[in-house]
Structure formats: C-alpha cells, structure tokens
Design a binder for this molecule. Sequence first.
Ligand code: FHN
Length: 426
Amino acid sequence: MERLKWFEEARYGLFIHWGLYAELGGEWAGVHYPGGTEWIMRTARIPFETYRKLALSFNPLSFDAEDWVKKALGFGCRYLCFTAKHHDGFAMFDTAVSDYSIVHTPFGRDVVKELSDACRRHGLKFCVYYSQMQDWADPDGDGNTWDYDPKKKDFRRYFENKVKPQVRELLSNYGEIGMIWFDTPYDMPRELCAELAAFVHSLQPDCVINGRIGYGLGDYRQMGDNEIPMLAYRGAWETPMTLNNTWGYSKTDQNWKTPKKVMKMLIDVASKGGNLLINVGPDANGVIPAGSVRALDAVGSWLQKYGKSIYGTEPCADFPYQMRWGGMTGRGKKVYLHLLDVSEIHGRLKICNIETKATSCRLLSTGEELPFRQTYELARDEYRFIVEYPTDRLDDMDTVIAVEFEEAPVPHSLYMTFGRDGRTEI
Ligand code: FHN
C-alpha cells in the first residue's frame, strides 16, 4: 500500500507520552500508584474537577520542540508520535471543542503545532496519538465511572461532539500528518470504527491509521504493548515499547532498558518485518529524562554506523535454528548478520540451510572482506554458509557482517520435514 511505504522503511519511531499527568509523575496525595503514570487519574480515581486543576499550573518552560526533534533524530528514529490527547481527555493542541487544552494553561502554547513544525523543518514524519474511546474528562467518553454514571453515557454523542471535531482539527491544522495512532478501542462498535477510518482518510488520504482503530481496519497490525511476535508476520506491523515500566513520566522509575537491549529488540523486530516504537515520557518541565536520553543516544550512535542493516530491511526468511549469537536482517540479495553474543561461536559463524550462492561477505563497519565458504552436509541434507570473522575487532554492541548473495536467499527451512525420498516440498 502506497501510504505505508515510509512506515515500512522506517523501522524505528519515537513515542512521546506527555500531558498533565507528567506533573504528578505517578504520585497522588502522597501515594505512589503502580502501573502507567499516565493512568493516574483513573487508578487514583481523581475527580475530573480536581484533576483539571493541574492545567492551572502546567507551565513546562523548558519545552523546546526543536530540541525534542533533534533528539529523536539523534536517537535514529524515523518518525515521532505524540500524544495529542490521551485517556485523560486533555488536548495538547488548540481545540475549539473545549477549553480543556494546553492553550488554556499558563504555558499557553500549542505543543502539537510546535512539534509538527519542527518535525517538518527536519524531515521527520510527524504522527499523532489520539485516544478515541477512553476520555475521562467527557461525561460520554469511556472509562470515567467515578464522576459519570455509565448508564447515562451516550458514546455516539461524544464521538460526534468531541472525537470527530478534534480529529478534524488535528488533520486540518497541522499540515501533513504521517499517522494517526488510535488506542484502546475496547468494545467500540465496528461501524463507528469504520466511520472514523473513513473520516480520517477523507481528510488526509495518505495518513496511516494504526491497528488499534480496531477490527483490522487499520493500515497495519498493532502488537500488544511490549510484545514482539515469535515469527515474521506478513504485512506491516509495529510494537510499542516502554523504555522503563511506564509510558508517562515517573518520579521514581529509573529502570531503563540498556542500549544493547533496545538494539537487540530493534534487530529482532526488523528481522520479522516490524517497527519498534520506543517511548519516552518527558517531565512537567518539558524535559526528556536523562536516563532515556542516554540509552537512546547510544542506540542512535549504533544506528549511525549500522543503520543500513535496519532501515528499509524486509522480513527475513525462516531460519531453522536458534540464533544464540544474534540475528539476521536483510533486504533482497543482502543479509546482515548481527553478532551480539559470540561466546559460543569463537570466530566462525555458520548459517545453515542457505543454498543460494554468496558473492561477497564484509564487515559492515569497515568494508573489510571476510573469508567464507559454502558447503553441503549430506548427513543432514543441509547447505551451510560459514564465515570467519576477526575476534579482535568486534563491536561491543553488535558486529555486523554484510553478505551479498546472487539472488535473495531462500533458506530450506520449509523443507525441514524428511520424507522417504529426502526433502518434502511444501
Ligand atoms: O492505555 C494506554 C497506555 O497508557 C499507553 O498509551 C499504551 C501505548 O501503547 N496504550 C494503552 C495501553 O495499551
């Protein structure tokens, strides 16, 4: 699909969860609430009239859209997805629907506008997150049962009076939007989801819609939070991933994933044809926590050197053995072997079941040619590609070996079942 092209090339995006909840950082009335800090209004059952007072003090003077976008680029991300409205119902953009928005805070600036402009200036795809079903500020929105009687809720009224007007604003006032990222559709009726999808595309036909619009109506499949599938999927997909244990800012959670862990996940996701959407939760002053910047900067430096083994790669064909040494990514005739843990292979890496002839094999970092051979093991009816790599010039994060084949290699993993006459073709 044409509008998905950039998305499938991108492989790595930055998610930003930022809203009034950043002021609380997971704490309310002296109590620390577990779980996503962006859920605190609900987990602590804070009455809307109380919670909305956070807007009176929201004044993130350190917020600098230019800085966020430059950071995202430095992290190696190819798109940025910002929470225009999360479940708390607060609009981080100028909306005519209500005064429950960022422009009615002491800060008074339209964050979506500043971010979308900065992204455009730097050629980064700008995307918006919009919570279409849950809205704890709206009497008819889903989720707030402590202020509003569920029996009196009229979801269609909320859909017509808030969702559609705000989606129209987002898709009309901020130029080209790469993607609209819906979330938690729960039991939203199919016809409303379909109506919303059609509405989005009537406003911006090229805007990608994520899977959480529901019923498979999105342009790609959305995996669960922090969930990476076992096998490659056909078609585009994405995994949203936290860097610590929450999406919104937390005063206490410093449990950052290491750069190597993020990188491994990125390789894993890319090898299966997906995208990794890694999250940061800026604080109430508009600062992206130093711990997340450190981790993602290191991934960004790695991508600077080895980006071509990630961006624009395609799902790798099935490989019959566990790759305890790392993983494979690739595109067409090119395969990238990622040596992440060489403790079991000692200078020689074997790839089984690739019969296709290789034409070259190099260290991606220096272009240095590496010796390789291809053999046939008759006892196992297995073709092998064997490369010797230099053990004294390994990259601590990941040593990438680029192999070029005569044509896109197709491993024989489909022929793993032995029949009486050898391989059983499927
Ligand atoms: O409830 C949200 C959560 O706060 C966060 O936005 C994540 C991101 O994928 N989505 C929902 C839970 O799946």
